[in-house]
Design a protein around this ligand. Sequence first.
Ligand code: SF4
Length: 379
Amino acid sequence: MLKGRELGTFRQQLLAWFRQYQRDLPWRRTKDPYRIWLSEIMLQQTRVAAVVPYYERFLERFPDIHALAAAPQDEVLRLWSGLGYYSRARNLQRAAQEIVAKHGGIFPRAEKDALKLPGIGSYTAAAILSIAYGAKHAVLDGNVARVLARLRAVQGDLRDAKRWQSLQKSANALLDPQSPGDWNQAMMELGATLCAPQAPQCLLCPVAQFCQARKLGLADLLPARRKKRATEKIALAAAVLLDPRGHTLLLPPPTLPKNKAEHARVSVLVSKLWHFPTIAVRTDPAVELQAHLNDILLPSVTKLSLRLELLPAARHTVTHHAITLQPFRVSVTQLPRLPGAKTIPLSDLTSPSSLAISNLTRKAARAALASPAALSARA
Ligand code: SF4
């Protein structure tokens, strides 16, 4: 890697570029560790543009660690609703409670303490501690790894353990000890903008003269593409029960089974949030859902044949799961009373500030509301 004067020039050029061209993002206008931490968690696997409104809404309701720690979990999930990967929100709140209990409500400065918090790994700890406290920890995430791999023309799978360790060493060696927070953000910004996975814009790059991949004509080919995990298709069916007042029935977040495989199945099925009665479909969604409603949900009311009206399907992809949810509207004269369930106006589910529900549940609610029969049911 670079040394001496070359290293100095490299740092100077990248920092100058970042300070002039960085995107204006709300979490870049603060050094408050809570706000930086929140942004880092929300940005995991989520685009910047999607995060900004959630970040602002969340902070309006929970302006500091104490407010987050003391809130009902359901409210935290409600404000996270639609952002996906809900374990992030649960861990965030658990960590806030630990920080209040053990660190006086202040995000810990020591890396070893930060790493003990739920949801904080080495990347997140390095990002928060360097940006908020100026600590000398270099970040390494997918974007930074790609930049480093191109600078050094590294071949092969970057996630290979030895290669990843070597990239971390490079990141540590390049880190500017005078401005670790800006430095880390500059590396991330370069990876997120000019040094993008496809078609890197080397002509605009502030450190192009140091880039081995560019010299070798390999910028477009590195890093090597990872073998994609096969996509698993999952078919679900959900019942949007609707009474004559336009109210529907939602079931509470399920208690997760201890068995790991079953735990994963339930998580995919309903995202551990409030949900319509939902099943995983094997062959025929209408027949299987009808059987489920009769057997599980409505024994106290009726075993009569229910009319299931097909609504447009909703699709969603989470990691390697491609989920298709087939919703059905089921008009009933009276909603069943089930332990823990809620009855709620269906129209309340379409706004982002409603209950903690997944995007799929919201899409199913919108589909049911858009259908003419639903309108007549509410009239
Ligand atoms: Fe990335 Fe191109 Fe800059 Fe190299 S020269 S770091 S490939 S943008």
